[in-house]
Design a protein around this ligand. Sequence first.
Ligand SMILES: [Zn+2]
Length: 147
Amino acid sequence: MHESAAAKKLLAATLPLMRTPPVNLGVICDCLKVEVYAMPCEAFGAAFSHCGGRRCLLVNSRLPQGRFRFSIAHELGHFLLRHRPLAYIGEKRSPAIEKEADAFASELLLPEDFLRADAARFTVPDLARRYKVSRQALEIRMKNLKF
Ligand SMILES: [Zn+2]
């Protein structure tokens, strides 16, 4: 499935549960039956694994909030876009695959409908706080949406 279609489908199922930003990744992970484990780790930002039939997402708890959330959304992208799981932590995927997961994360954390309504009312730093994303992630999304 294309990353945009996958993000839209997930948002259609979960956005009615959240009337305002930020997108609630806890609800989304619950819906997908993904268990999230945050732990301090220097070796990686986040990683998805299928452990004994369970869907586990490990994320580095030392990341700043925006990157923490983006890393979770990025890994959900790998999972939902059916990218091959990594054989080991630190294995490199192709840049094209990483780009797809980034695009998915961007669309998931910054839903176009929410952002369109908010863009005129808030400054960029306020929007970044409102959506709990990094300023960089917000600016990339706004550029892609041609705001
Ligand atoms: Zn990745």
